[in-house]
Design a protein around this ligand. Sequence first.
Ligand SMILES: [Zn+2]
Length: 418
Amino acid sequence: MTSTGRGESLTIHNARLRGTDGLSTVAVKDGNIASIGKQQSSIEAEGGAIDARGGLVTESFVDTHLHLDKVFTLAGLGERALREYQSGEMGTAMRAIETASQVKRSQNADRMLELARRVLAMASWYGTTVVRAFADVDSKAETRGVEVLCELRDEFSGVVEVQVVAFPQDGIVREPGAADLLRAAMEAGADVVGGIPWIEHTEADMAEHVRCSFEVAETFDADVSMLLDDAGDPGLRTLETMAVEALRRGWTGRALAHHCRAMQLYPDPYFERLTALLRAAEVSVVSDPHTGPLHARVAELMDRGVNVALGQDDVSDAYYALGRSNLAEVAFLGCHLLWMMHRDGQERLYDAVTVNAARAVGLTGHSLAPGSPANLVIHRHSNVTEVLRFHEAPAAVISHGRLVDRARMAELAGVAEL
Ligand SMILES: [Zn+2]
């Protein structure tokens, strides 16, 4: 696959930009956005020219949360875990994780590679250029998932940037050897240290889980990504624990919070105190409202200045039956599930799968501005409402300043080209 955009240039004509009237021209050179101008003062095209035909051009999609080691495993699992995870107010979410865990013993690395490759190609087809991908690390999976995802990270270099998270899905304190495996996974090439403290049996163990993840992160100078409070229990407070630990260790802006579904049940005074802490620790929150009956309070967090992103989370695994790594579809679902249906809500959710998402996973300069890296989508529709309505694959995707080979991605993804 292509690697860099150095030396290449291309010009996008007839582009519609968010918040701008009329049509614009976007020039790309050496992997970066060189200039953005009004159509009339058309910039000289040195290299290839693309006619956007009045379609919306924006920053590409960024998926902050994807269990890439588990994609398309639902068929071989049966639906028991799915029913446990999605029942009522998520009282049996922990049991679902225990049920789903059994499949890992029999998972084959070649098959995982094949299925994960298909989903990365699908993500690219739908306009994603960055994926934060989780791989389970525990006594069943050991570090196999991390090794597979690292291989794919190299394979998709220049097309989809894959950030591999070493994720102790079955716990650290309760799972024998998990802390050592987490270190081994980082040595094997993982980029980010994961965590899921709420799954431990006691509050002391939850705190120890958080401490242990940060200790590994410090050793490897890595960012942290934790799945927090993912059940219908308002007593779960591991988001607070993680934010406090991030502040204490100077990991401000480097710890990302996922799910936080118990937040929906928190009393308002506690929620207010918590948001102040999240701002201080610069903790972004990733919500996946389509994969469970509860969700973080997305609009309220945004109102209070907390950076919020959405993620795909799952593609046909024990926790979610559907999904195709289409972030416009994720935002479309978010409009309904979060009741952010008005124009302003739509625009905010579009940010949540593009610019906010980039910030959440530690990328700087993911913006449609001269000098920024050229990671762009050229949509078939002219505004955010129409893009969300149809949530179709974009007409073109630019990654690292280069046009992505869509025919190749369609072939790898197994989708028929439109
Ligand atoms: Zn998840």
